[in-house]
Design a protein around this ligand. Structure first.
Ligand SMILES: O=P(O)(O)OC[C@H]1O[C@](O)(CO)[C@@H](O)[C@@H]1O
Length: 529
């Protein structure tokens, strides 16, 4: 019989009165009904609820086969995706794998190195990754539900070209695996045209809820992790967290207590772990809760910390700073490996009292001491504990947080399954990049950018004043505009310059009228440095 995931909120109860807790029970029941009868906001994105039972067995087999192929013909798998299209897989790989897997000597590695890319717009990251790939056989898994997300799309262009150069177009096709929408989108069309093997992100499962679909499963299978156990853990968790009764459902208790704390001004939740291997689990969790709850002017801000590391940086704030925090500690009862503290005859650090103690024990005492200190400092503490860091418990943990998040969103009164807010930056970025159709926004945004700057280059000043660059250069040379050299160009302090603005414009009008001749195209500027 498998042990269970434990949720303990004893260290938060002092912050919530009994009646506040009891009053949440009916709200939990309503949220449960909304989720299970699929009547709440975002009801078309609830495919994850029964997914651990109802996933497509044929596709699952294809994932297994593709992973075996990648394991046999590749030294490296590149996983191209952003947000929900990579964080879950990265989280699982980090927890179940070796902390330095990609660096292990080949004799100690049975499966390909795995790198995640397309999750930023950094040319440095991509070119450095290309250096790592030299002389290696590479396969690529491109994951994007929409198929048009900028970051993965740019990375895919680059690595597709890289693969085609190395293997030729036909052979490269056998090394490209696409995970995307079943029938729509640019990536699906490209995959069909080129004959790439395709896996599906179901219509009714949003990116942040997709780790147990092909999105997470293909990279997880390539890493050699036990995906059967992962799915079994999620399946058992689905069963376990189906109970509507708050007093008997730890998943709902987590949703309820965080909501109660939020109502009392605890607006930041820190997901804390004492194992660096959980770093990306926290990143996955942050997207899950951040995109689900942060809307309509509401929501707990999901943040994370790694202890004891961050106790030496954030520790001061957590203990003593603004009291808007609560912590959820993710703990593993039994560490996978342990080491013993050695005796030092000189005892220079005074730590000989630890001689013979296991490091896991020391870590546990650090954890226990920290919880007490933080609770004393006014930071409520929640605990989510798994018996061991295995695929089975990880599957359960993923489901625990997914369901708690859905319920939590309904308690908060938001649609937990949309993410309208992420479009704003995208629209601005497209406009500034000159995407067709965004011309009007481009001019407006550029004007705002100039307005918001303290320093302008000559080019920016000219655009700001709607005057030719040559005119600005001339005025700099004449000393009428104060400018300083910055490398090879002049920069102008706009704040200082603003009160000359009208004067400069008038000057220009006056000169135009007097000369009745066009402004010269260029001026010969000597560097005065
Ligand atoms: O899988 P896609 O469509 O490339 O999207 C990646 C991520 O971007 C978002 O849509 C936000 O822009 C997330 O919700 C999603 O996980």
């Amino acid at each position: 019989m498998n042990k269970t995931i434990r949720f303990d909120y004893a260290n938060a109860r002092a912050f919530v009165k009994q009646h506040e807790w009891e009053q949440l029970a009916p709200a939990i029941e309503i949220a449960h009904q909304m989720l299970h009868s699929r009547t709440g906001p975002g009801k078309d994105y609830l495919g994850w609820v029964d997914w651990p039972e109802q996933y497509d067995r044929d596709e699952y087999e294809r994932i297994r086969q593709a992973s075996a192929r990648i394991q046999s013909d590749s030294d490296v798998l590149l996983v191209i995706g952003i947000g929900g299209s990579y964080l879950g897989a990265k989280a699982v790989l980090d927890i179940l794998g070796h902390s330095f897997y990609n660096l292990l000597p080949k004799s100690k590695r049975r499966f390909p190195e795995i790198y995640f890319v397309g999750n930023n717009i950094s040319p440095i990251y991509i070119s450095h990754l290309m250096d790592v790939l030299e002389g290696k056989n590479v396969s690529v898994n491109v994951i994007s539900k929409s198929g048009t997300t900028t970051e993965p799309a740019i990375a895919f262009r680059l690595f597709r070209e890289w693969l085609e150069k190395k293997y030729g177009r036909e052979k490269a096709k056998k090394r490209i695996y696409i995970t995307t929408d079943k029938q729509r989108g640019a990536l699906k069309k490209l995959a069909d045209d080129e004959g790439y093997e395709c896996f599906v992100i179901p219509d009714d499962i949003g990116g942040r809820y997709s780790v147990l679909t092909a999105v997470g499963l293909l990279p997880i299978a390539v890493s050699g992790a036990n995906m059967d156990a992962l799915m079994q853990g999620a399946r058992d968790a689905r069963e376990r967290y189906m109970v509507m009764d708050l007093s008997d459902n730890p998943c709902y208790q987590y949703a309820a207590i965080r909501n109660a704390l939020y109502r009392k001004g605890k607006t930041v939740e820190l997901l804390v772990s004492y194992e660096p291997q959980f770093r990306y689990f926290a990143e996955w969790w942050k997207q899950l809760f951040g995109e689900s709850e942060g809307k309509d002017g509401k929501g707990i801000f999901p943040a994370s910390a790694e202890f004891s590391t961050d106790l030496h940086s954030l520790g001061q704030y957590i203990q003593d700073g603004m009291r808007h925090l609560f912590e959820t500690v993710l703990s593993v009862r039994k560490p996978a490996v342990d080491l013993t503290v050695q005796e030092d005859p000189a005892d220079v650090d005074g730590l000989n009292f630890l001689t013979g103690k296991r490091m896991g024990y020391v870590n546990k005492k650090a954890f226990e001491g920290t919880v007490l200190a933080h609770v004393d400092g006014g930071v409520p503490n929640l605990l989510v504990e798994i018996p061991e860091a295995t695929a089975y418990y990880l599957g359960g943990l993923i489901y625990f947080f997914e369901k708690a998040c859905g319920i939590s969103g309904y308690l908060l009164g938001v649609n937990p399954f949309d993410q309208p807010g992420v479009e704003a930056y995208k629209a601005n970025m497209f406009a500034l990049l000159g995407k067709p159709g965004y011309e009007r926004q481009k001019a407006e945004l550029e004007a705002r950018l100039r307005e918001n700057k303290t320093y302008l280059t000559v080019e920016e000043t000219a655009a700001y004043l709607e005057l030719p660059e040559t005119f600005i250069m001339e005025k700099i040379k004449q000393g009428r505009i104060r400018a300083v050299h910055d490398g090879n160009e002049y920069i102008i302090n706009k704040e200082q310059f603003n009160h000359h603005l009208e004067e400069i414009r008038k000057l220009r009008e006056f000169e135009d009228a007097a000369r009745h001749e066009p402004i010269p195209e260029s001026y010969d500027v000597k560097d005065e440095d």
